[in-house]
Design a protein around this ligand. Sequence first.
Ligand SMILES: NC(=O)c1ccc[n+]([C@@H]2O[C@H](COP(=O)([O-])OP(=O)(O)OC[C@H]3O[C@@H](n4cnc5c(N)ncnc54)[C@H](OP(=O)(O)O)[C@@H]3O)[C@@H](O)[C@H]2O)c1
Length: 235
Amino acid sequence: MINKKIALVTGAKRGLGFATSEALAEMGYTVILVGRGKKEIEAQAEILKTKKLDVVGFYCDITKDSDVSKLKSFVAENFGKLDVLVNNAGVFNEVMGESSVFTTTAVVVKETFETNTLGTFRVMNALSDLLKKSNEAQVVNVSSGMGQLSEMNGAFPGYRLSKTAMNALTKIYAEEFGDTVKVNSICPGWVKTEMGGAGAERTIPEGIKGIVWAATLPANGPTGGFYRDGERLDW
Ligand SMILES: NC(=O)c1ccc[n+]([C@@H]2O[C@H](COP(=O)([O-])OP(=O)(O)OC[C@H]3O[C@@H](n4cnc5c(N)ncnc54)[C@H](OP(=O)(O)O)[C@@H]3O)[C@@H](O)[C@H]2O)c1
């Protein structure tokens, strides 16, 4: 068993996922950057390796069972455990200014669920035994205020529903893991990434603060909650 803490970040090729990977590696974690495009994810890992960070890139499309199964084998064979899992990979398949629940097709909702909700579910179940092998595992589900039922607005039904369901997964897993593995949802705020767009309010370093906070909670930290900037949100 490896003593160093092992973290895995999905959707690590760019945006919040890449920055979270870098931040955790700078804190001393060995980080597995997971993403689509074999060459691209390895190239992103190389950027961090040139900074003397302990990282590895691994190709995996989280919508594919066979890819996720290979990811599980890779982590099991190389590390034997997982201390931090950041379920960050996500898609936003609806158009700003044009989206309405009345015109969104079931196909768009289904495709968004396939990554944001079922992708998270698939990765969690594949890696759950490895998380249980850690003494203090943390799972961060990168959710969104757009999935908050108490603040639910119109438009973007695919994205909203997928994140509400992701939040439900947070509660379900937190209950079943009990004290062994902490599972929390976080909202990073509206961040300037490819998804958030140039008009977003927050920089990437601001956006990852809450993710890193939840990934590095102390042993007596919370589980089964929804947070932004370390502050509890209503569901
Ligand atoms: N930016 C915001 O304002 C904001 C606000 C709230 C929540 N979030 C959440 O934060 C997370 C990261 O978003 P971001 O803003 O950093 O967006 P981003 O720049 O678009 O990055 C999303 C990442 O997810 C990857 N991805 C998508 N589908 C995947 C799949 N099937 N398998 C593996 N990787 C996949 C993308 O890879 P490809 O290049 O291969 O597509 C990309 O690397 C998302 O879950 C998003 O919903 C963002």
